[in-house]
Design a protein. Structure first.
Length: 367
């Protein structure tokens, strides 16, 4: 029997979340972001399940986009990092991909490529990304003005002006309004539509909705807003991934006995320890501290001791019934929010779902 360490992917929840986002922004087109293997959910399978409903898809780099085209997807695909080399512009035309332009060098490559085209040859669709304060990627206002002057006017027919919030998970942060104002001012100056809204903004900030919105973590049902945010979501999301693993060992230990590498956790009472077949080799975070919750028999029980490559140990003493070998433990998902686990681990839900390793079996369910 194969190891029962499984990421269960709920397609009904996926479709529900996409439709919720669409309903929250009915005047916008909504791009499903499927980079990083669909946030750990399986990029191609997620894209295929959304193919009949999604307005388009977004990926990080061109390799992901080509894989989607090779799998038969025909919807618009936006490459968020744009061209990494002049050759990528040729690939974008060959595979009908949309490229984000965020560096002056990319503008150089585009202008040089365009100079090689005859009148009737296909030009790539491009978006222009502005640096409105994140200071990671994006053209400055002066660089944007230069770029729009340099590229042939045909490129502006389908162009979109794009920005990225620096403090998206806390929409009460004044930086968000500052960035949105900057982008809208530039869009009005150049008469271009915008794409600024990501998951937090889609679900909680209608002012940021543009011609295109980019739906990332919320598509997968994870909470996009910081728990301390003063702004609340208008959208009811459902978790798409439920990560489970089976108990493979049970043992009673005594007060003073320690569990796991480094002997970092010590029993203070007679304790029943369950060993569960998942570890950092599967993507479960090694730095998860003792006390991180898992879900078993309708309640949460604490992780104890260090996470191993293939196993974790859990204190099941307080369960009403002693569990059995083979019983299924939920690490996060339908009953235990991945955001709750992330808060215990001092990370974000994005990291937990995207780090699921290939040795975890993914199963897809649709009712």
């Amino acid at each position: 029997m194969p190891r029962q360490t499984i990421a269960h992917i709920d397609i009904n929840a996926l479709l529900h979340n996409y439709h919720q986002a669409k309903n929250a922004a009915p005047q916008s087109q909504t791009m499903a972001v499927i980079k990083a293997d669909g946030y750990g959910h399986g990029m191609l399978k997620i894209a295929q399940c959304l193919a009949d409903v999604a307005d388009g898809f977004a990926v990080a780099f061109i390799d992901e986009a080509i894989a989607c085209r090779d799998a038969g997807l025909t919807q618009p695909i936006l490459v968020l990092e744009g061209a990494h080399s002049p050759e990528d512009i040729v690939l974008a035309v060959d595979y009908d991909l949309w490229l984000v332009m965020h560096q002056p060098e990319q503008i150089d490559w585009l202008v040089e490529f365009d100079a090689t085209l005859s009148v009737d040859e296909t030009k790539p669709t491009v978006w222009f990304k502005c640096d409105t304060g994140l200071h990671r990627l994006g053209l400055s206002p002066n660089e944007l003005e230069t770029a729009l002057r340099r590229v042939p006017s045909e490129y502006l027919d389908n162009a979109v002006l794009m920005g990225h919030f620096a403090c998206a998970d806390d929409l009460s942060n004044p930086m968000n309004a500052h960035q949105l104002t900057q982008l809208n001012d530039l869009a009005n100056r150049y008469q271009l539509p915008i794409s600024m809204a990501n998951s937090p903004a889609i679900v909680a900030d209608t002012n940021s909705h543009g011609q295109w919105n980019r739906l990332g973590i919320a598509l997968y049902g994870a909470e996009p807003l910081n728990s301390s945010s003063a702004v609340q979501s208008n959208v009811a999301l459902k978790p798409v991934m439920t990560l489970t693993a089976a108990i493979i060992g049970l043992r009673q230990i005594q007060p003073g006995d320690a569990v796991g590498y480094g002997q970092t956790w010590q029993a203070q009472r007679p304790t029943m320890i369950a060993t569960v077949a998942i570890g950092y080799g599967d993507g479960y975070p090694r730095h998860a501290p003792s006390g991180t919750p898992v879900f078993l028999q309708g309640q949460t029980v604490p992780l104890v001791g260090r996470v191993s490559m293939d196993m974790i140990t859990v204190d099941v003493t307080d369960l009403s019934q002693v569990p059995n070998i083979g019983d299924v433990v939920e690490l996060w998902g339908a009953n235990l929010s991945v955001t709750t686990v992330a808060e215990h681990v001092n990370t974000i839900n994005y990291e937990l779902v995207t780090r699921i390793s290939p040795r975890v079996t993914k199963t897809y369910h649709q009712r």
